[in-house]
Design a protein around this ligand. Structure first.
Ligand code: GLU
Length: 480
């Protein structure tokens, strides 16, 4: 590409950044990075009633979390109103726009009438050749030819024609002086020298209108690429009914940004059969022309699969920090977490407690939150005993053995996985038992369930004190 690529992501700050918006941002970002171009952020906040600073912050935070860095200070439409005004006046001066004095009530009435009599509900052009009516509020409409077809040349959809019979003289500036989306977006894209407009295909039908504005102002047209929607598994537009849609909700659920990015990019784009990409690979391979033109279906199971993959790949140190926040959310006090981490490092073990938890539990978890929940029993929390596991593994014979094991556990020098394993193996050899005869009851006593990561690692992580407490409780309760 010979020109310098400039693309933008232009969210309206009226709520959280949703999965669809995040994918649009990601495609723009990848396109810019692939071509060594510029990625601009523009906040479309002219709708003062619905725009909030919290939403702006949530959107920026979502982009930061996904690692989609922008290149220039974010633009804010609310700060550019005089620019739109200037261009509106220009349109009026050259008679490409005109003042429309029709009130919203009149318009609504005519619209209804048209629908009832089977005519198109578009604006009937009544004020096209009218005279100024001083003192009366007016909106500004663009003069759009009644005839012909406007063709959008789209990088994803190919050529899409819009018959002018369907277009009307749409409003560019509302009677209060605020520009409409279709007007402001063109002024901004043109002045910011956007080369490629990449956005959701819910905007495809706006594009012929925007092309009229480009033409009226003699602005060169950018290239357009409209990305197909994301649907839920039932093939309706993705919404809350299908689960979490806000990007930050996924962070709160313990998903990793690299999994989210990898998941989002594949919702509509592919590179051979490859499923897992590093960020460098994405930048290298991304090609907007390879985005499909049919809607993508949101697949939670695939996102989980990718997250589990990245969870196994990620640096344990980084995950350990995340883990702490999930423990805190689950109600574990900060000092308890610190105490455990402190005991761990004081015992001269390699690495930190958090890293050891990650290593031990991550094979079985899909999210950091799941990992936190699955390892919560390492702390002094009430254990939820699985009735079936208790029934199977905590029979009187097993409890008698556990009692003896407890004595030995009190005396063992280091409460580490390998000496613990040796202790258990010596014990079963002496008694002519199988390892499972005592390892399983121990597991159930410590975790409440009959499956967990390797039991001696679990014991090491639980620590001698809580281990003995928990075995003691089980012995008391069950034997009486
Ligand atoms: N503010 C519009 C939206 O959030 C931007 C559309 C566009 O990219 O032109 O849908």
């Amino acid at each position: 590409m010979s020109e310098r690529v400039r693309v933008r992501f232009a969210p309206s700050p009226t709520g959280h950044l949703h999965v669809g918006g995040a994918r649009t941002a990601l495609y723009n970002w990848l396109f810019a990075r692939h071509h060594g171009g510029t990625f601009i952020l523009r906040i479309e906040d002219t709708d003062v009633e619905r725009s909030t600073e919290e939403s702006v912050e949530a959107i920026l935070e979502s982009l930061r979390w996904l690692g989609l860095d922008w290149d220039e200070e974010p633009y804010r439409q609310a700060g550019r109103l005089s620019i739109y005004q200037e261009y509106a006046e220009q349109l009026l001066k050259v008679d490409k726009a005109y003042r429309c004095y029709c009130t919203p009530e009149e318009l609504e009435e005519r619209r209804k009438e048209a629908l009832q009599t089977g005519r198109s509900p578009r604006y009937d052009g009544r004020c096209r050749d009218g005279r100024p009516e001083p003192g009366k509020p007016f909106a500004l409409r663009l003069r759009v030819s009644d005839e012909g077809v406007t063709v959008v040349e789209d990088l994803i959809h190919g050529e899409v024609g819009f018959d002018h019979a369907e277009l009307d003289d749409f409003i560019v500036v509302r009677s209060g002086g605020l520009p409409t989306y279709n007007f402001a977006v063109v002024i901004d894209d043109a002045l910011l020298q956007v080369t490629h407009v990449i956005r959701g295909d819910d905007h495809l039908s706006n594009t012929p209108k925007q092309i009229q504005v480009y033409r009226a102002l003699n602005f060169p047209l950018p290239r357009f690429a409209h990305i197909p929607l994301i649907l839920g598994p039932d093939r309706t537009r993705l919404s809350k009914r299908h689960g979490a849609t806000a990007v930050l909700a996924y962070r709160e659920l313990g998903y990793l940004p690299e999994a989210m990015v990898n998941y989002l990019v594949r919702l509509g784009w592919s590179h051979g059969d490859q499923e897992i990409f590093s960020r460098e690979e994405l930048v290298r391979y991304f090609d907007i022309a390879r985005v499909g033109n049919t809607p993508a279906i949101f697949d939670q199971a695939k996102l989980n699969w990718l997250n589990a993959h990245f969870l196994r790949e990620a640096d344990p140190k980084r995950l350990a920090d995340l883990l702490v926040s999930f423990y805190r959310q689950a109600g574990i006090a900060a000092n308890e977490i610190e105490a455990k981490a402190g005991d761990w490092s004081n015992s001269g073990r390699a690495g930190t407690f958090g890293e050891a938890v990650i290593q031990t539990f991550r094979e079985r978890a899909k999210t950091v939150e799941e990992l936190a929940q699955a390892s919560l029993f390492l702390f002094r929390v009430p254990i939820d005993y699985d009735g079936q596991a208790v029934e199977t593994h905590l029979q009187p014979a097993a409890l008698t053995h556990l009692r003896e094991i407890c004595d030995r556990l009190q005396r063992v020098n280091r409460f580490d996985a390998s000496p613990l394993e040796k202790l258990y193996r010596d014990f079963v050899a002496e008694k002519g038992l199988k390892l499972g005869d005592v390892a399983q009851p121990t597991r159930v006593a410590l975790t409440g369930r009959s499956v967990s990561p390797p039991v001696f690692h679990v014991m090491e992580l639980v620590g001698r004190e809580i281990c003995l407490e928990r075995l003691g409780t089980v012995l008391e309760r069950t034997v009486g």
